[in-house]
Design a protein around this ligand. Structure first.
Ligand SMILES: *Cc1c(COP(=O)(O)O)cnc(C)c1O
Length: 396
């Protein structure tokens, strides 16, 4: 027991924490207070994009910290302009608003849907749609579009939202045909291109495309939550690019800063222009330190060799996991280096057994193991991951 855990905790008890503390990391490896080494195949919930102790990211942060940490959004912040241009170039034309977390990005998206309904459509667009099993964050607006009753019910009443089954085309068509307005009263739709917290669920081919068509036909805004799936994690810079669709808004956080807190929203001009000076803002959002980190991460992930590694390692990982699962490919889901393994029991047991084998993995939903390593993982390290996971599976 460490000094900090031997005394009663002064912290809220809102997390189920393991009694392990990491003191250092290098690449895909983490070291705890006891000097034990772990292969990190979770990246702090898909955050440590470039791994731990990355030289370029560390340099970018230290240089920026020495020059200027913060100055507020009362001034122009050149690092914001640079990172915004990089994101637009990587995704689609529009404008970027910076914030500090995923939930704040979705919160801003919810507010933009209200502006779209109120300012652009004279109050006629009030319906907001999202999907069962999805996750969009914990603040009131983002929680309102998150279906899970366990997260919602203690905090009711929430803002309005309708939930549809993920990947269910007839239900989607019906929602857009409903009521006197036949779907024209829909302000927008929140969706994850892969459900990250809900079991690593990939939508059926064509689902996002049809959603895009319906949104376009009804002037509803398509909000793509790429908070977990962005920044090349799935083998494309952004996951929706696999499906050839372009959203009207995209929310980002997690892996964008490689470990430095940052969130962002990219919106098409027609939506971004609805926010006038003073309508929305944040003290820290897009501060020079966070943007320097975001730029350092983006400059790495856009490299073709970086993305090629993710695709190759993702295939290697999936093939190895299918073998581990006795050849049943239906139990292994995901894209690139965001992979879920369907279990028949609570993933918590396997997460703990893996940790005892020196492997960090995580849960997703009730019966899925989530593997989301730093994107710099190499072939030998994928093999090591599979060996350690096999040993852990034997024990549960
Ligand atoms: C993690 C996550 C969020 C919330 O992000 P926070 O930074 O924890 O607020 C929202 N959407 C998705 C898809 C996420 O994975």
């Amino acid at each position: 027991m460490t000094e900090s855990t031997s005394k009663p905790s002064a912290l809220f008890q809102n997390y189920g924490r393991a009694d392990v503390s990491f003191v250092r990391g290098k690449g895909v490896y983490l070291y705890d207070t006891q000097g034990r080494v772990y292969l990190d195949a979770f990246a702090g919930v898909a955050v440590s994009t470039l791994g731990h102790g990355h030289a370029g990211l560390t340099q970018a942060i230290s240089t920026q910290a020495a020059n200027l940490l913060h100055c507020s959004n009362y001034y122009t912040v050149p690092q914001q302009e640079d990172l915004a241009r990089t994101l637009v170039h990587a995704a689609f034309p529009g404008r970027v608003l910076f914030c500090n977390s995923g939930t704040e990005a979705n919160e801003a998206a919810y507010k933009l849907l209200r502006l779209w309904g109120n300012l652009q459509h004279g109050g006629r667009k009030t319906r907001i749609i999202s999907f069962l099993n999805g996750f969009h964050g914990r603040t009131m607006g983002s929680l309102s579009v998150t279906a899970n009753p366990k997260y919602r019910e203690p905090f009711a009443p929430l803002a309005p939202c309708e939930f549809l089954p993920y990947g269910d085309l007839p239900a989607l068509e019906a929602a857009f045909a409903k009521g006197d307005d036949k779907g024209d009263d829909i302000a927008g739709v929140f969706i994850e291109p892969i459900q990250g917290e809900g079991g690593v669920i990939v939508p059926p081919a064509g689902f996002l495309k049809r959603l895009r068509e319906l949104c376009t036909a009804h002037q509803a805004l398509l909000v793509m939550d790429e908070i977990q799936t962005g920044f090349a994690r799935t083998g494309k810079l952004f996951c929706h690019q696999h499906e050839g669709v372009v959203p009207d808004m995209m929310t980002m956080a997690k892996g964008l800063g490689g470990g430095v807190p940052i969130g962002a929203i990219l919106a098409i001009e027609a939506v971004a222009s609805l926010m006038k000076p003073g309508m929305h803002g944040t003290t820290f959002g897009g501060n020079p330190l966070a943007c320097a980190a975001g730029l350092a991460v983006m400059n790495e992930v856009v490299q073709p060799h970086f993305i090629a590694n993710i695709v190759a390692r993702g295939e290697q990982l999936k093939a190895g996991l299918i073998t581990l699962m006795g050849g049943d490919a239906s139990q292994v889901r995901g894209r690139g280096l965001l992979v879920g393994v369907q279990l028949t029991y609570d993933p918590g047991m396997l997460v703990q057994a893996a940790r005892e084998e020196g492997l960090i993995v995580g849960p997703s939903g009730n019966q899925t193991l989530r593997i989301a390593p730093p994107l710099v993982i190499n072939a030998a390290q994928i093999d090591e991951l599979l060996t350690k996971l096999a040993a852990a599976i034997k024990r549960v």
